[in-house]
Design a protein around this ligand. Structure first.
Ligand SMILES: NC(=O)c1ccc[n+]([C@@H]2O[C@H](COP(=O)([O-])OP(=O)(O)OC[C@H]3O[C@@H](n4cnc5c(N)ncnc54)[C@H](O)[C@@H]3O)[C@@H](O)[C@H]2O)c1
Ligand SMILES: [Zn+2]
Length: 342
């Protein structure tokens, strides 16, 4: 099954959901989104089908065992069958959660997504990775289960808080480095955000379709993520912003600052170029970074890591780096990195 990405108005989304070949629709909606859009997008009023609606706590708070259990019990109690179709309506937290419910309910039922954050439109809803969190860590309980449809509608971003929008920009910049077409589009003075979102989503979909379980080409999506995850944890940053700094660090540490002008240009286009580095007026936290990185799930072996580097815009390369070498490199660049600015 291949996921289909649609650019649709709210009316078209309703019509396309109505046309799904099932007599039972399960709507799992982020509570906040449901309050905002239940009148404009009345998914619970679709005619001719049994509708089971479940609203959930907003954002990350839904991705836990308790919500998973109570949602699954609720749906089973309402009477579902294998050909019921589940619609996830919300950001990445909601689609991770609802997709996981879809993957386990009756050993897996079909599902589709209406993503409502920039991050979920271009990243989280695509590729079939679904998950909830464990006390031990994020996304540790999950499954691969691809959605059938993803409906993109840029108008949802009108109600998205500014910081959540910025959160998506880090991933947009990552895609611009990975794909020339996205880069060129982003460089246009007044670029079309709708089109940019569609291009990013199609790009990720293409990669993940070719490499469903993340063994080969999909690895390029980790650009900026190894150092980014460390920075995210250390400074409690939103993921997308941390990815942005992760890319900046990779270019500085491994590539002598090459492509910094591209990074600056992309950031400027998105209006996020005047941000101080997270370690501004603080020491650059090498020990914390090393401590965090050594626990990275993407470790190649116990003592070395594979980094994604930019060969040129639209082409990446991989470099395996022993941890002790990385630490020496960071130490030797400590002052330069402390003073890093845009
Ligand atoms: N499965 C994957 O491949 C993948 C990839 C990246 C991220 N993720 C996951 O995505 C999650 C983060 O998702 P996110 O960044 O989309 O945020 P989110 O889903 O946590 O939503 C953030 C906040 O914005 C609100 N919101 C969402 N859309 C809105 C809108 N249109 N208007 C007003 N408010 C809105 C939500 O209610 C919530 O309070 C993380 O759990 C992460 O692990 C998954
Ligand atoms: Zn990411």
């Amino acid at each position: 099954m291949t996921t289909k990405i649609h650019k649709s108005t709210l009316k078209e989304i309703l019509a396309q959901v109505e046309a799904i070949d099932t007599d039972t629709l399960i709507i799992i909606a982020d509570q906040r989104l449901w309050e905002l859009y239940r009148n404009e997008l009345p998914l619970d009023k679709i005619a001719g089908k049994k509708i089971i609606l479940r609203t959930t706590p907003s954002g990350e708070g839904v991705k836990n065992f308790d919500e998973f259990a109570s949602c699954s019990e609720y749906l089973l109690d309402k009477g579902v069958h294998r050909k019921a179709h589940l619609i996830a309506f919300g950001g990445g937290s909601l689609s991770d959660f609802a997709g996981f419910v879809a993957s386990t309910l009756l050993r897996g039922i079909p599902w589709s997504v209406i993503p409502t954050t920039l991050l979920s439109m271009i990243d989280a809803s695509i590729g079939g990775k679904t998950a909830i969190n464990s006390k031990v860590g994020k996304n540790l309980i999950g499954a691969f289960h691809k959605p059938e449809n993803i409906w993109l509608n840029v108008d949802f971003l009108n109600t998205l808080p500014e910081e959540e929008l910025v959160n998506g920009y880090g991933e947009v910049i990552k895609y611009a480095f990975l794909n020339k077409d996205i880069s060129s589009h982003l460089k246009v003075k007044k670029f079309d955000l709708n089109e940019l979102i569609f291009k990013c989503a199609e790009y990720k979909l293409d990669l993940t379709e070719k490499d469903f379980k993340e063994s080969g080409i999909r690895k390029c999506l980790n650009l900026g993520h190894t150092l980014g995850h460390a920075i995210e944890k250390i400074y409690s940053l939103p993921h997308g912003e941390a990815v942005f700094w992760g890319i900046a660090l990779v270019l500085e540490i491994f590539q002598n600052g090459d492509f910094k002008s591209e990074l600056k240009e992309y950031a400027k286009q998105l209006g996020i170029h005047e941000r101080p580095v997270p370690w501004y007026k603080k020491t650059f936290p090498i020990d914390k970074i090393m401590n965090f990185i050594s626990k990275d799930k993407k470790m190649l072996t116990k003592s070395s890591l594979e980094f994604v580097l930019v060969e040129k815009v639209g082409k990446i390369k991989y470099q395996s780096i022993p941890l002790d070498e990385l630490e020496i490199k960071l130490e030797s660049m400590k002052e330069k990195l402390s003073d890093y600015s845009f």
